[in-house]
Design a protein around this ligand. Structure first.
Ligand SMILES: [Fe+2]
Length: 296
């Protein structure tokens, strides 16, 4: 199985000048077409897929994804939850799967030897606090998901996806609001995973590529940067006893694509500030990871 993680996309409908929305669509079409060319089984967008959580943003990006033929699975980010209640945005998330909760947006499903657990770490319409939080109801559900994975001999890997990092793991995850406030409670659930299986936590939010682990519980943490800064995404190849994680660069070599990219990323009036590529792209040790599982 091969799957892709797209970092915070920040698709915006707030561009003010002629040509800027066209530049945005050119770039997102290029991004998603190039992802589709790698023929992934699943594509996850790790939150902040939209810049302000407006329905027009979700529909606009979904239309481009459909043109590219991608199976596009969103998890929630803080930006996605700024203006609408979660039950109104829920149909655009989790790849159309129903949420396991009436108030938050989370689910789990199995593909071959892997259990995917999609968390909702975003707060509900809270502009003043863009940090992460996992509800008590969701924590109890997470414990249950891990217990079910432990009881299922077919499951080798548990892959949890949430927008915000666990505190003090990947780059910048100790800075204000750049982590899940109740990270210790989430880690308590991770600690219950049977040691014969391998746990991974995938996050975004901090707009830089980073790897951390294995942590005290043997889990690896994989943070994916936003494509509008880092011109790249992650590809994960899952085999029976081996996981390959890498960073794949988008091809922006045509001058008209490079120009559109610069326009799209520097013209969003609020909610996204373009960063210097060299500062956030990271080094090879923050990109590539191979985890080999000892077969029983
Ligand atoms: Fe975020």
């Amino acid at each position: 199985m091969r799957f892709v993680i797209l970092g915070d996309l920040h698709y915006s409908v707030d561009y003010l000048e002629d040509g800027q929305s066209e530049a945005r669509d050119r770039i997102f079409r290029l991004f998603l077409e190039q992802v589709a060319e790698t023929e992934p089984d699943l594509v996850f967008a790790i939150g902040d897929t939209t810049n302000r959580g407006r329905i027009e943003e979700m529909v606009g990006l979904d239309n481009i994804a459909k043109e590219s033929g991608l199976n596009f699975i969103r998890v929630t980010g803080n930006h996605d939850c700024y203006v609408l209640p979660k039950n109104e945005i829920a149909p655009f998330f989790l790849g159309g799967r129903p949420s396991a909760s009436e108030t938050d947006v989370y689910t789990a499903f199995d593909v071959a030897n892997t259990r995917f657990i999609l968390l909702d770490t975003a707060r509900d319409r809270d502009f003043s606090n863009y940090g992460g939080f996992v509800s008590d109801e969701q924590l109890a559900w997470l414990h249950q998901q891990i217990a079910e994975a432990n009881a299922n001999p077919l499951i080798q890997y548990v892959k949890v996806l949430g927008h915000h990092p666990i505190y003090n793991t990947t780059r910048r995850s100790t800075e204000t609001m750049l982590y899940i406030a109740n990270s210790d409670a989430v880690k308590e659930a991770f600690a219950n995973l049977d040691k014969s299986k391998q746990g991974f936590y995938y996050c975004g939010h901090n707009h830089c590529h980073s790897l951390y682990g294995p942590d005290d519980n043997g889990w690896h943490h994989i943070q994916t940067a936003d494509p509008l800064d880092c011109e790249s995404y992650r590809l994960i190849i899952v085999e029976d006893s081996r996981i390959d994680v890498s960073v794949i660069n988008f091809d922006l070599s045509l001058p008209e694509n490079r120009n559109a990219f610069e326009t799209a990323r520097t013209s969003i009036p609020q909610g996204f500030t373009a960063q210097d590529f060299q500062k956030v792209y990271g080094e090879e040790h923050e990109h590539n990871l191979v985890v080999e599982l000892a077969l029983k």
